[in-house]
Design a protein around this ligand. Sequence first.
Ligand code: PLP
Length: 406
Amino acid sequence: MNDDLSRELLISIAGEYGTPVYVYNADKIKSQYDRLSRAFQKLPVRIFYAGKALTNINILRYIHSLGASVDCSSINEVRLALYGGIIPEHILYTSNSIPFSEIEEAQRLGVHINIDSLSALEKFGKRFGNSYPVGIRVRPNVMAGGNLQISTGHDKSKFGIPIDQFEKILKVVKKYNMHITLLHVHTGSGISDADLYMKAVNHLLDIVKYFPDLECVDLGGGFKVPFKEDDSEADVDLIAGEVKKAIDNIQTKVGKKLQLWIEPGKFLVSAAGYLIATTDVIKETSTVTFAGVDTGFNHLIRPMFYGAYHQILNLSNPEGQLKKYAVVGNICETDTFAWDRDIPEIREGDLIVFKNAGAYGFEMASNFNSRFRPPEVLVKDGEPILIRRRESLEDLVKNQIISNKI
Ligand code: PLP
């Protein structure tokens, strides 16, 4: 099994499909999936891949073939998963700030549902009473992982029903005799601190006893992956051990077994992904040397959006002398991928690669500046398979209406 794709293979894929191009390594996804399954093997765990990280249907199907179910953050992600042949029992829908009609649609489709607000809980209770099992997303009021932007469990986050409104939750549940089978918490991305994570988990477990129909606790995703060579990553074995202790303890208290659900996104697909680009312009100035590449925040927005660090390698000149570059995109905005980055000398025409581009890379891509979104290639059993073609002018104009009133 090859965890890291070779330089030669990446160069040949760029040659065949052009640049920019996203490439994913199935072996890496599998090894991450196996790592997580092993870590949690002492618990009755179900892994729901957080499809929002990368929804290409082939990726959903591949991860499903490994044994995972899918966590969806919009009704269209649910439809995509169904379209990909994944059955409702393997689909979980956790969305927020949505019209109730989307939740009704999810119910019609027969998938698992997590409710994110008191008002939606009230509507669900009124409409379905105890006829449809449902989950509740709780906001633990804990800041775990990353920063305000990527942490979702803190006391100013829009996600979930604040745990301090617990009495109100219970009131609605009792009023409609609701069948609450699942309690959910997701504290955000970038979790490496097991203690903080467990603080949020324990808040959730503290309220388990009030839900007699409860079958599962869903602890979300967010396990941190390394982006730099010396970066820390979530110790999933340690976290799983702590979770097991906490769940064992709560099971003893409530006198029944609980299933554990987790929702990893980045952990499964981040390191499996590469974005390859061509350097079109080298611009030397008195202060900075710019390497201008044929992509931008329209294809990989994480550095500009979150200040995320992506390693950048020069595929064409790996042994070149190290020089400092600002690697910039070709978008008419300041789209700097990296400032002051030491990279082996980049020449015009050189292929460079952004690593860790599998999660929230293509998925957050747009057509800004009327540029096409790149193709996606999945390498499976050593074979590059095209799983999305590059867009064309037709894609840009297909929904536009040229009006004869203009
Ligand atoms: N679950 C929920 C509810 C989420 O909102 C997210 C990410 O936004 C995830 C899981 C996956 O997070 P990550 O990709 O950091 O594992």
